[in-house]
Design a protein around this ligand. Structure first.
Ligand code: GH3
Ligand code: MG
Ligand code: MG
Length: 322
């Protein structure tokens, strides 16, 4: 009788000890997950987040190998972007667990954990793996959201070109370099002629299509180092680092020539063509501040408009920086 009671007590004690041990391990894992979440939130790029994942993967799943695969936009396959442990042998079948990484409702990738050869998966690995996968999904979604916010802050939504604010920052930077004697900076300010009449004739959405087509053309014809921006409405600015008077003038003439040849279609119907006028300016010759340089280009544009449109004008030679 005594022996039976003792045995029962012993069993209860062992069970309690196991429970304590298990909850200790559970608490340690929970702490790791919280720490992981903190590190992921501190990551400012996806590359940084992907470096953190294997470090925690190793600690959370000491006996397992792991890989994180992500589906890249426009790709049908998922590429390995993070891994730990022995990742070479996909061939021998080993017990594994796969958890999808989600971006909203969509599957963005997969987390795979594999036992070593001959070993089995630890119990309750699914739950921890799901928590781990959720943290990864959340961090990647946040980073993607940040990227798209950043894109919206610097890009014009209609044309995809840089916006005015971004252009002014770029120009400011380039003018500082020019001020140090580090080459010249060219600016082209261009404006679609009689665009109000185009909209009135063909409709606003046809006007939008023209702006998009014009934007593509500007980007294709400019040099890689030039920064093409939508200044506002039907006005565009091109900032040209390391340019010369002749280079700025000849690219502006090329743009004007190509604009006349743009063919805008809607439902197979050819819509009216457009022309553009442009004003150019060069730093340091016409100014070393954003407003001085854009002001000089704007006055030249005004001269091009009043001279009859469909033309390029530059500041007269006597106008030199104040
Ligand atoms: P000018 O030759 O003197 O430049 O004449 P304009 O008609 O182009 O100039 P104005 O400033 O009178 O009109 C600009 C027009 O550009 C008016 C506006 O409807 C149009 N516009 C501005 N932004 C957009 C846009 O995002 N989409 C479309 N479709 N039209 C736009
Ligand atoms: Mg205008
Ligand atoms: Mg106009």
């Amino acid at each position: 009788m005594v022996t039976a009671t003792l045995l029962l007590l012993l069993i209860t004690l062992i069970a309690a000890l196991l429970r304590v041990e298990r909850s200790r391990a559970e608490a340690a894992r929970l702490r790791l997950l919280v720490e992981l979440s903190g590190f992921l939130q501190l990551s400012s790029t996806a590359a940084e987040a992907l470096e953190v994942i294997p470090v925690f993967g190793r600690h959370l799943f000491p006996k397992l190998d792991g890989t994180v695969r992500l589906i890249r936009a426009g790709s049908a396959t998922a590429d390995v972007v993070a891994s730990w442990g022995e990742t070479v042998s996909d061939a021998p079948h080993r017990p594994s667990v796969c958890i999808p990484l989600l971006a909203g409702q969509d599957i963005a990738g997969v987390l795979t954990l594999r036992a070593s050869d001959g070993a089995t998966l630890p119990s309750r690995v699914d739950r921890l793996a799901t928590d781990f996968a959720d943290q990864i999904s959340l961090a990647l979604a946040n980073l993607q959201r940040q990227d798209s916010l950043h894109a919206r802050a610097v890009r014009d939504p209609l044309t995809g070109l840089f916006n005015r604010r971004c252009m002014e920052e770029t120009l400011q930077r380039e003018l500082l370099r020019a001020g140090r004697g580090d080459g010249e900076v060219g600016v082209i300010l261009l404006d679609v002629d009689y665009f109000k009449a185009f909209n009135d004739t063909w409709g606003h959405s046809a006007g939008d299509a023209v702006l998009q087509q014009l934007a593509r053309m500007l980007q294709n014809l400019c040099r890689e180092e030039d920064v093409v921006c939508r200044y506002g409405g039907e006005e565009f600015v091109i900032v040209m680092p390391n340019a010369s008077t002749d280079a700025v003038r000849s690219i502006a003439e090329r743009l004007r020539d190509h604009a006349r040849q743009l063919h805008v279609h809607r439902d197979g119907e050819l819509l009216g063509h457009i022309t553009i006028s442009a004003g150019t300016a060069l730093a340091p010759l016409h100014g070393l501040t954003v407003s001085a340089l854009l002001g000089a280009a704007d006055r030249a544009l005004y001269a091009a408009k009043s001279g009859g449109r469909d033309r390029v004008a530059s500041p007269p030679p006597q106008i030199v920086a104040a």
